[in-house]
Design a protein around this ligand. Sequence first.
Ligand SMILES: *[C@@H]1O[C@H](CO)[C@@H](O)[C@H](O)[C@H]1NC(C)=O
Ligand SMILES: *[C@@H]1O[C@H](CO)[C@@H](O)[C@H](O)[C@H]1NC(C)=O
Ligand SMILES: *[C@@H]1O[C@H](CO)[C@@H](O)[C@H](O)[C@H]1NC(C)=O
Ligand SMILES: *[C@@H]1O[C@H](CO)[C@@H](O)[C@H](O)[C@H]1NC(C)=O
Ligand SMILES: *[C@@H]1O[C@H](CO)[C@@H](O)[C@H](O)[C@H]1NC(C)=O
Ligand SMILES: *[C@@H]1O[C@H](CO)[C@@H](O)[C@H](O)[C@H]1NC(C)=O
Ligand SMILES: *[C@@H]1O[C@H](CO)[C@@H](O)[C@H](O)[C@H]1NC(C)=O
Ligand SMILES: *[C@@H]1O[C@H](CO)[C@@H](O)[C@H](O)[C@H]1NC(C)=O
Ligand SMILES: *[C@@H]1O[C@H](CO)[C@@H](O)[C@H](O)[C@H]1NC(C)=O
Length: 416
Amino acid sequence: MMPQPWLDRRIQSLFPVALVSILLVGSVRLVLDNLKSNQSHIFQSYGKTDQSYQQRKPVFVSSADRFENGCNVFEGKWVWDNVTYPIYTEESCPYLVKQTTCLRNGRPDSLYRNWRWQPNACKLPRFDPLKLLDILRGKRLMFIGDSVHRGQFESMTCMLQSVIPDGKKSFHRIPPMKIFKAKEYNASIEYYWAPFIVESISDHATNHTVSKRLVSLDSIARHGKSWEGVDVLVFESYVWWMYRPTINATYGSPDDIQEYNVTKAYRLALETWANWLDSNINPLTQKVFFMSMSPTHLWSWEWKPGSDANCFNESYPIQGSYWGTGSSLAIMKIIHDIFQKLKTNVTFLNITQLSEYRKDAHTSIYGERKGKLLTKEQRADPKNFADCIHWCLPGVPDTWNEILYAYLLQNHQNFL
Ligand SMILES: *[C@@H]1O[C@H](CO)[C@@H](O)[C@H](O)[C@H]1NC(C)=O
Ligand SMILES: *[C@@H]1O[C@H](CO)[C@@H](O)[C@H](O)[C@H]1NC(C)=O
Ligand SMILES: *[C@@H]1O[C@H](CO)[C@@H](O)[C@H](O)[C@H]1NC(C)=O
Ligand SMILES: *[C@@H]1O[C@H](CO)[C@@H](O)[C@H](O)[C@H]1NC(C)=O
Ligand SMILES: *[C@@H]1O[C@H](CO)[C@@H](O)[C@H](O)[C@H]1NC(C)=O
Ligand SMILES: *[C@@H]1O[C@H](CO)[C@@H](O)[C@H](O)[C@H]1NC(C)=O
Ligand SMILES: *[C@@H]1O[C@H](CO)[C@@H](O)[C@H](O)[C@H]1NC(C)=O
Ligand SMILES: *[C@@H]1O[C@H](CO)[C@@H](O)[C@H](O)[C@H]1NC(C)=O
Ligand SMILES: *[C@@H]1O[C@H](CO)[C@@H](O)[C@H](O)[C@H]1NC(C)=O
């Protein structure tokens, strides 16, 4: 068993610092977005306005779109592919926030964009935005989670938007949500801010403290109202739990605040979530996914013994086996246990291991802090200022979405 992050004193002292500064970036980012373009409409086209878009073909999922049944797509390796990757560029996607556009922000190396995930036992289908739009016709796909998850949502909008012509797409910010719409398809891709999935004092998308947190482990109904009837729900929650070994929370009486062991609190929260699913999800019309934890690369000594840095200046993926202590196996075990008991059919996308290899793909010093790009002085101090939690786009979250896409195609027949 790997040690808990908080059992390593060195880590214990670093994880919180990194989390507070980085998570703050995420929330301030949202504030700025809102100020800049409350209810703004972006109708732009950077892609092709090709004929294929006009044709309304029925969705045809061929055998080439399916991976072999039983293949574990999460086991494999990253292979160099600068022919088909990246799927989009920073310039071609109008929806990327400054936090993720690493090249524009000055990152000198760009190789991180050119790796393709290759499962050992099968091939992932090539991402086809038109096919996904056909599958999502008249539907809503919603990402629910924290700022790492928001990156996955943004990646998805970038992967889809290039095939939608001018005037046929829109992007709205309506806190705590962001909504991308493909009008001719009546399809929407949405993001809902809920860093703990269950309710907490951090739920306000623009005004929440990061270091002070209080989670209502048994409350989810208020959030759940916004998730009702959504056709595809994709959940994620991890890094906000990991600030300290314990977390202030309530269970039962809202006045009875107690410090819970994080593992205990996480389990209770996921149970609340599971109960909500079991009494609200219609398995005939709704599909549910849960993403495993997104790894962090805060301590370079874990992959380069003797060093004392972080993900800064890392240009290549890790070769060979690797699992960082930031990805709690105790939390993984809880997820496993909850899934055993779930009545609802939830597809677990276990992207932790494949992302563990990608120490090269975080925003590092080429992101933001408190809503602003780092200053020269801050960049000169990567030990304190590198963000080794969030990911550059295009990048690793595109692969998570390709896997989500593969699963949506895989089960297409069962999917009403
Ligand atoms: C956004 O705009 C709506 C109406 O245009 C307004 O009611 C609301 O207060 C605005 N929100 C923010 C955060 O400015
Ligand atoms: C792609 O990678 C190969 C092998 O590293 C290299 O020779 C080639 O110049 C690269 N092509 C582009 C367009 O970067
Ligand atoms: C558009 O999609 C929504 C669900 O996302 C559905 O409620 C509505 O009926 C659809 N509208 C049309 C015209 O198909
Ligand atoms: C932010 O929240 C705090 C406490 O919840 C409140 O006192 C404060 O007025 C809020 N600030 C804004 C700008 O809404
Ligand atoms: C829990 O709340 C108390 C009182 O506000 C505070 O002193 C303590 O540090 C908090 N514990 C954690 C783990 O945040
Ligand atoms: C939290 O609970 C887990 C499992 O119940 C236990 O292994 C761990 O030691 C506890 N941690 C703390 C800080 O109490
Ligand atoms: C980055 O790493 C390279 C070697 O991989 C080294 O030569 C260079 O000095 C490093 N840059 C910084 C700013 O640490
Ligand atoms: C996810 O994958 C990792 C390694 O690939 C494995 O250790 C872990 O048990 C898996 N999690 C679950 C819940 O199956
Ligand atoms: C659960 O989902 C999987 C994959 O989507 C499917 O193969 C299986 O039949 C479903 N099980 C039930 C009980 O619906």
